[in-house]
Design a protein around this ligand. Structure first.
Ligand code: FAD
Length: 453
């Protein structure tokens, strides 16, 4: 019998449009493997909310593989060591995998290069092909989009293999429940209603969004309207590929173009972290290294932000949405991030880490590039001095429904005062006073930035 091959699954947990799976299936018996690697990513190991999601995603994938007469082998440890041991144990001839761009995955891929066949499949185009005229990765999104558009549409999605040959002998597998991915204290109880993991659920989410995408252009900015796709955890874990999403929404009107432009941000951010692998840990512009507050007061303010108790209803609503369902609306991610960085003058990396632990869609490229973009510390053209006014943002984008939902103690307030109950003289007992006034915060941030120069 032909030697088996390993299919190394990471953030590509699907059977359709999975080029590594198809290549493996063509070459002989396939042993699909998922390695829970908390070692090689260091501080960037999978966060709490994503562990919840991952548990369910792996359960769904294992069921799909079993329906094809295959299995999902689970192992834990440093991925390179585990895969080398599995090659030895199973006599497998090679490993097939989809290419990833997180720095720890790139190191692992390099360390396995003698046995590893890498395939592209998690992006709209090959990241390495999208460079400026000078051959360097794009740092500004608009130019990136221009270059990417010229390569679109992406290739048509590939079908799932019809069959998957099983090896003569299956290697042993860990038991998913033993990994303890689900929290012991049930802080994730609202996640169940908010998310269904798995490839079938991802496809349903794309179908549901097809009915809404025409209005995406306007609705995506309104946090109380379900106007965006909520595909982010599905895309992060690769339960659906971006080219499947692209093609599924073809011909559905103007909103699709705006949506595709957002979808393409994933490709852009992976280009940035390919060029600058420590972008999640370091200011793109080093002069910002000394800007941030520190000490007990700073920690107290961080806690108020994390727990949604800043006295700014739109910020508090966002932070509570994040904690409760592991996701936050994009507009509010910008408002809350800007508030942490500029109003509280706290290091964006503190916020980035909190998001990493709380988001079901936490993604190294997307998270770090967006945080540095909001901060104005990055390689793009955004400026630290552009300071978002949270109350103006709140009035502009929320008719009040979002705040009422996530900050129930403000639920009885009228539209006129809900954005700033303190100024309206009707702050309910128990709801905090503003942690800092907007003008004072703005002046403090600008003064600190001026000193830095
Ligand atoms: P839609 O509007 O429906 O967009 C479709 C898809 O396009 C998203 O699922 C996502 O994959 C991609 N996308 C959209 N906007 C962006 C963007 N600005 N940057 C990168 N990809 C984008 N997104 C993550 O997936 N993971 C993160 O860790 C993450 N951290 C963020 C941190 C901050 C401070 C900010 C401001 C944004 C962050 N984003 C992150 C980007 C964006 O907020 C989310 O992708 C989006 O809110 C997910 O909801 P959706 O699927 O309904 O988005």
């Amino acid at each position: 019998m032909t030697e088996p091959v390993l299919l190394w699954l990471r953030q590509d947990l699907r059977l359709h449009d999975q080029p590594a799976l198809l290549a493996a299936a063509r070459s002989g018996p396939v042993i699909p493997v998922y390695v829970l690697d908390d070692e090689s990513a260091g501080d960037w190991r999978i966060g709490g909310a994503q562990r919840w999601y991952l548990h369910h995603a792996l359960e769904a994938l294992a069921a799909s593989l079993e329906a094809m007469g295959s299995r999902l082998i689970l192992r834990r440890g440093d991925a390179v060591t585990v895969l080398r041991a599995l090659l030895e144990e199973t006599g497998a001839a090679a490993i097939h995998a989809i290419r990833h761009y997180e720095p720890w995955w790139r190191s692992a891929e390099a360390a396995l290069s003698d046995a590893l066949y890498l395939h592209d499949g998690n992006h709209l185009a090959r990241i390495e092909d999208l460079t400026t005229g000078a051959g360097t990765p794009f740092r500004v999104y608009s130019s990136f989009w221009k270059a990417l558009s010229q390569r679109m549409p992406p290739d048509a999605p590939l079908p799932a293999p019809n069959t998957l040959a099983a090896p003569a002998k299956w290697p042993g597998s860990d038991v998913l429940a033993d990994w303890g991915l689900l929290p012991k204290r049930d802080w994730a109880k609202a996640f169940d209603a908010a998310w269904t993991a798995g490839e079938a659920a991802a496809r349903n989410a794309v179908d549901a969004f097809a009915g809404q995408v025409a209005a995406y252009d306007t609705d995506r900015n309104l946090p109380s309207v379900e106007g965006s796709s909520r595909l982010s955890p599905h895309l992060h874990f690769g339960e659906v590929s971006p080219r499947q999403v692209w093609h599924a929404l073809s011909g559905l009107g103007e909103g699709v173009q705006t949506f595709r432009k957002e979808l393409a941000w994933r490709d852009f951010t992976d280009g940035v972290v390919t060029a600058l692998p420590d972008y999640g840990d370091r200011n793109g512009r080093p002069k910002f290294d000394s800007l941030w507050r520190d000490g007990a007061d700073a920690q107290r303010d961080l806690k108020a932000w994390q727990t949604g108790r800043t006295g700014y209803p739109i910020v508090d609503a966002g932070m509570r949405q994040l904690w409760t369902i592991g996701w936050m609306h994009n507009r509010v991610r910008m408002i809350t991030a800007s508030f942490l960085i500029k109003h509280l003058l706290l290091d964006w990396r503190w916020g980035e880490r909190w998001f990493w632990d709380c988001l079901v869609d936490a993604d190294y490229g997307n998270n770090s590039v967006n945080w540095q973009w909001v901060a104005g510390t990055g390689v793009d053209a955004n400026m630290f001095g552009r300071i978002m006014a949270p109350l103006t943002q709140s009035e502009k984008f929320d008719a009040g429904g979002y705040i009422r939902h996530w900050v129930p103690e403000l639920g009885g307030l009228s539209d006129a005062v809900i954005h700033d109950p303190e100024a309206g003289g009707c702050r309910p007992r128990g709801y905090p006073v503003k942690i800092i006034g907007h003008r004072e915060a703005r002046e403090r941030a600008l003064a600190a930035a001026a000193r830095m120069r």
